[in-house]
Design a protein around this ligand. Structure first.
Ligand code: FEO
Length: 161
């Protein structure tokens, strides 16, 4: 069974993952609105990734304690350039890495080895999450001055599955 503090913190992270999903879905909607459909696809795939992260927390909490749903904050809806959402995404992933690290510290301080092991998947996943957002930021920066390059990148982002 999860300790009270650990259960509370994991429920908080479940909420944070659901917020991440909603944030990326909002970014997908923004890209649709400016006709960058490949960018919209990239964000929609990321939305699905975040749902996977959330469900993994859901299952773990449900199996070892109690899931207690909370309201999910409404994400921003507007950005001022094709680059901006990806910069926000990168900063967001860095923040999530910090949240996961705090959970690891809590599990360690509580002597909860099982949860500590469970969290290792997220520790590894966050390395990839930060890398893919940061790589996308660099690609957009490199393409930003040319409509042709931006179209090519939009096609590339449209391939993400
Ligand atoms: Fe669930 Fe993008 O980290």
């Amino acid at each position: 069974m999860l300790g009270e503090k650990m259960e509370e913190a994991l429920n908080g992270q479940l909420n944070a993952e659901l917020y991440s999903a909603y944030l990326y879905l909002s970014m997908s909607a923004y890209y649709h609105s400016i006709n960058l459909f490949g960018f919209a696809n990239w964000m929609r795939v990321q939305w699905a990734e975040e749902l996977k992260h959330a469900l993994k927390f859901f299952d773990y909490i449900a199996e070892n304690g109690r899931v207690l749903p909370r309201p999910v904050e409404v994400p921003p809806r507007e950005w001022d350039s094709a680059l901006a959402p990806f910069e926000v995404a990168y900063a967001h992933e860095q923040k999530v890495t910090g949240l996961i690290n705090s959970l690891v510290e809590l599990a360690t301080s509580q002597g909860d080895e099982v949860t500590r092991d469970f969290l290792q998947w997220y520790v590894d996943e966050q390395v990839e999450e930060e890398e893919s957002a940061s790589e996308a930021v660099e690609k957009i920066k490199a393409a930003a001055d040319s409509t042709e390059e931006l179209d090519r990148l939009d096609q590339e982002f449209g391939q993400r599955k």
